[in-house]
Design a protein around this ligand. Structure first.
Ligand code: URP
Ligand code: ZN
Ligand code: ZN
Length: 487
């Protein structure tokens, strides 16, 4: 009689605290034993010479969603999460995106239908609020947070989704009252549209002008403003996709004065630079994302900010648009940089690219890789201890890595619906060869093994991160004490 359903034998298990030699025993969908020479499994997987790491948690991915520029992404749940599985990611937090005038409840319900039908990995949802009016915040938000949608996403820019300062403040108050976390795309909208207009008026239209279109200062200013709002209301916030050294510095200063501000950066800001935008013709459109790609020196500053804890994790910001009239070129065959859909694919390659940059290149240990790509995002978003770690009682979401496998990335070798990858031509070392999600092999040797719809929704209590500090600013407190109407 077998003791376990599956035993992964003889591998090196990694966690954010260290590595150790152990077999992993799985029964049903759960890790039930860790130790040497475990008893028999109905199925035994040989992991000698391999790394046994937690499945990745990607906390920022746009799937089957209308963007802030009004463009539909190239992926549906099946294509996005199948690609994610092949790259070792077993949990994703995607977006139920409200557009102006829409009921948030209906948006979330509709999005559940799409995810339930297609998801291959497990998923949670952030709610994008583009129209945070009193009805949405008072009548819809509380029940949605209670039903496990415990994070809100706001945009400070983008035509269809941006909120102004007062809406941002209203939402922070509502989040505080409901114990939800607020994630923010922090860029100054006025600076972007003003720069865009000036550039185009002067005849600068190429994709490369997307860089100056979003000046570095628009990130610095918006993060600073967000930190001030967060401090006023004492509401924790997560800054999305930090791209500059100055942005990281503002976060450091805010954290230093006690503001509960957290932050992610993304694979592209650590592995690509603005030079990638400079390509003949429109080719550079594939590298147009917001914030834009920055400098080598920013990469160094972002790695450093991760090391010292000012940034806590790395997401993909998967935002896939095909290089055709459905996506990047939806404004016609000769768009200006302003009209090119913003975003790039990243769910599949986030882990392999980061493993190569961090572990194979000898820059960081397995511990940091696991922490920044799985354990920390799970913890921040209320998914721990179920996700993001291999411990007894956690979901058996496990990647078996061949740390020496070399792969040359190509457009034909990736599996989402984008049709290209911004990383084509790069050779990387280390690949997740077998991937389990809740004890089921969902990807093996380049093939998806699970069916669409086998991923499960993960309702979340707000994690520790969402707890206010208790130091409400006296000015804000006054408005509450006098019973002022906040929205
Ligand atoms: O360019 C990007 N990042 N597009 C996706 C939407 C966003 O800004 O997060
Ligand atoms: Zn964003
Ligand atoms: Zn995004």
């Amino acid at each position: 009689m077998a003791d376990y359903d599956i035993v992964i034998r003889g591998g090196t298990v990694g966690s954010s605290a260290g590595t150790f030699e152990a077999d992993v025993g799985i029964t049903g969908d759960t890790v039930v034993a860790l130790g040497r020479n475990l008893g028999a499994g109905k199925r035994n997987i040989d992991a000698k010479g391999k790394l046994v790491l937690p499945g990745g948690v990607d906390a920022h991915a746009h799937i089957e969603q209308l963007s802030g520029m009004g463009v539909m992404g190239a992926d549906n749940f099946e294509s996005a999460t199948g690609a994610a599985a092949l790259g070792g990611t077993t949990t994703v937090v995607c977006f139920a995106a409200q557009h102006k005038g829409k009921s948030l409840t209906k948006v979330v319900e509709d999005y559940h239908v799409l995810a339930k039908r297609g998801a291959i990995i497990d998923y949670a949802m952030h709610m994008i609020l583009a129209d945070p009016n009193a009805r949405v915040l008072k009548e819809e938000l509380p029940a949605l947070v209670k039903s496990g949608h415990s994070s809100i996403k706001l945009f400070m820019t983008y035509e269809h989704t941006k909120v102004d300062d007062e809406q941002l403040l209203d939402t922070l108050v509502a989040a505080r009252e409901n114990r939800a976390l607020v994630c923010v795309h922090a860029e100054n909208n006025g600076m972007i549209s003003w720069m865009g207009r000036r550039l185009v008026e002067r005849g600068y239209r190429d994709p490369r002008f997307h860089g100056p279109h979003h000046p570095r200062l628009c990130e610095t200013e918006a993060i600073y403003r967000l930190a001030a709002f967060s401090e006023l209301i004492d509401q924790p916030v997560i800054v999305y996709h930090v791209s500059t050294a100055e942005g990281a510095k503002v976060i450091r200063e805010a954290r230093g004065r006690g503001v509960k501000m957290f932050a992610e950066t993304c694979t592209q800001y650590l592995t690509l630079t603005v030079d990638d935008l400079v390509k003949p013709g429109l080719e550079g459109a594939k590298w147009v994302c917001s914030p834009p790609l920055r400098l080598q020196s920013d990469q160094e500053a972002l790695w450093h900010a991760l090391e010292i804890g000012d940034l806590q994790f790395v997401s993909s910001d998967h935002a896939p648009y095909r290089f055709d009239a459905t996506g990047k070129l939806r404004a016609g065959p000769e768009p200006s940089f302003k009209e090119i859909a913003n975003g790039m694919p990243g769910l599949e390659l986030r882990l392999p690219l980061l493993f190569d940059a961090m572990v194979s290149k000898g820059r960081y240990g397995i511990e940091q890789f696991v922490e920044w790509t799985a354990t920390a995002p799970a913890r921040m978003y209320g998914l721990s201890p179920r996700k993001g770690q291999i411990t007894i009682g956690s979901d058996a979401d496990i990647c078996i890595w061949d740390p020496k496998r070399r792969t040359t990335i190509s457009d034909a070798g990736v599996h989402d619906n984008t049709g290209y990858t911004p990383y084509a031509g790069r050779t990387i070392e280390g690949w997740p060869v077998t991937v389990l999600r809740r004890g089921e092999i969902i990807a093996d040797d380049g093939k998806v093994k699970a069916s669409a719809g086998s991923g499960a929704f993960l309702p979340r209590d707000p994690g520790e991160a969402a707890k206010p500090t208790g130091r409400l600013s006296p000015e804000f407190d006054e408005t509450r004490n006098f019973g002022a109407k906040l929205y």
